[in-house]
Design a protein around this ligand. Structure first.
Ligand code: GLU
Length: 487
């Protein structure tokens, strides 16, 4: 096993959305490519906003996407597995306390007694002076007595990290290249809050350090945290991971992707019957490019091709049409058996078959076969397949308008011809239809188009003879005799 250790560290304050899933995926792909370790860590120190339901949803979404983790919570989220656990930050308080004590002892941090009002006044002042808010360091050098005096007055304190005043903090970002931040623009930041809980930056450094994380791949929105974290990794003597900040995912309007742009959480895509392999494929293209124009990749191919060298640094735009295309391509990659297994529950849910009806299941297998690539999304299954399972199916308006009295008269004759066919299948139905066309002096198409409408309600679709054979002789004869017409 390599020394590559990456992590996905979601805060369980909502659903796993497209942006988070992409972060998880890129870390997972890198771990799989490098035969490294993929760690899942739940950053649930925000007691008010973190929920167990959200943790559960994140775990479910990861499992649906197939992003298995080597260390982290157990699948049900009840426990942890791995040598660096626990993997819930809420269960790691002893570690944060220990490092906080060390920071204090080594004078790398200090207690700050400023009240919210004082901090607010500093903020106002900075604003008036057109400076970014920066804590002014007034508690930095309090003497022992000054601290005691504040404590005696009942002032609570936070723990602030003493950041350097001079020099700069640098790193070579995997995505953005060389980065350099002047140290004096990094304020003395809070590591431990008044309630004793660690802040995100502090807990993340302690955990990335103890969990021996080698690479941190995360969203651009964390760039401003990185100088603080690098400084603390160094102070605590941890190995500094390599950082890569991936560009945000935007909606088509150029704004950050959110609910407003339609489905944004992984479970919504699952509920809309997208294939997880298609979503994984599409997410991989949001921020990574293969270096050629190939767009469709199986998950296995991705784990071989993915490379940190090919991460893009410009924002990625989420394009639902592209996702639909990739989904259709993945549907084609499924075996007949896999496609049937996915389509069957959808047909049952639509009320078109009973779950235990083996014959109907076999029939759906046939229908899917004749439909082939016409089913480009599993959601189309009920509408495209209804005519094979029920008399209640949609009628195509254009085909209905073309279906006139003459067509109806032809269908009545076709019904009788079909009723006489022995060993009814696509070939025998075709022979009977062509014989009737000859007899009536019609082109085959003059029977084929109205027959397709009369039997399936559609204007286009699979070979009409396959449709007839699959709908079955009895239903075909009935429908040709008395085609449904729009009300
Ligand atoms: N919990 C943080 C988040 O969800 C993790 C950021 C990081 O990867 O360091 O944004």
């Amino acid at each position: 096993m390599s020394s590559i250790r990456v992590r996905f560290a979601p805060s369980p304050t909502g659903t796993l959305h497209v942006g988070g899933a992409r972060t998880a995926l890129f870390n997972w792909l890198y771990a799989r490519l490098q035969k490294g370790v993929f760690v899942l860590r739940i950053e649930d120190t925000d007691q008010e906003r973190s929920t167990d339901a959200s943790t559960q949803q994140i775990l479910r979404s990861m499992q649906w996407l197939g992003l298995d983790w080597d260390e982290g919570p157990t699948e049900d989220g009840a426990d942890s597995r791995g040598d660096h656990g626990p993997y819930f930050q809420s269960q790691r308080r002893d570690k944060y306390d220990e490092f906080a004590a060390r920071l204090l002892q080594e004078n790398l941090a200090y207690p700050c007694y400023c009240t919210p009002d004082e901090l607010d006044a500093m903020r106002q002042k900075a604003k008036a002076e057109k400076r970014d808010f920066g804590y002014d360091g007034r508690c930095r050098d309090l003497s022992h007595d000054e601290r005691k005096e504040r404590e005696a007055r009942g002032r609570t304190s936070v723990l602030r990290v003493r950041t350097p005043d001079e020099g700069s903090i640098r790193w070579t970002d995997i995505v953005h290249g060389d980065m350099e931040i002047a140290a004096d623009t990094v304020e003395d930041w809070v590591a431990v809050k008044g309630d004793g809980f660690p802040t995100y930056n502090f807990a993340a450094v302690v955990d990335d350090g103890l969990m021996e994380i080698s690479h941190v791949l995360r969203g651009d929105d964390h760039i401003s945290n990185t100088p603080k974290q690098i400084h603390l990794f160094r102070e605590l003597g941890f190995r500094i991971p390599k950082f890569g900040h991936m560009p945000m995912i935007l909606g088509s309007d150029g704004k950050r992707l959110s609910k407003r742009h339609g489905a944004a959480s992984v479970e919504e895509f699952r509920d809309e019957n997208f294939l997880s392999a298609a979503l994984v494929n599409y997410l991989a293209l949001l921020g990574w490019s293969p270096g050629n124009d190939q767009e469709v990749f199986t998950v296995q191919q991705l784990t071989k091709k993915f490379s940190l060298k090919r991460l893009n640094h410009s924002a990625a735009v989420f394009d639902p049409e592209k996702l639909a295309y990739i989904n259709a391509e993945h549907l084609k990659l499924l075996s007949d058996k896999q496609r049937l297994a996915m389509a069957w529950p959808i047909l049952v849910d639509a009320g078109l078959a009973e779950a235990d009806d083996g014959q109907a299941r076999a029939k759906l297998g046939q229908v899917l076969k004749i439909m082939g690539a016409r089913v480009s999304h599993l959601n189309d299954v009920p509408a495209y397949c209804a005519a094979y399972f029920s008399d209640d199916y949609e009628l195509d308006a254009e085909a209905a308008a073309e279906f006139d009295d003459e067509a109806q008269a032809h269908m009545a004759k076709l019904a009788e011809a079909m009723a006489k066919v022995e060993g009814f299948d696509a070939a025998s139905a075709e022979a009977a239809l062509r014989a009737l066309a000859d007899e009536l002096g019609l082109k085959a198409g003059q029977l084929i188009h109205p027959a397709r409408f009369a039997v399936s309600g559609q204007k286009v679709g699979p070979s009409v003879f396959d449709v007839l054979a699959t709908v079955g002789q009895e239903r075909v004869v009935q429908r040709l005799r008395a085609p449904r017409r729009p009300a």
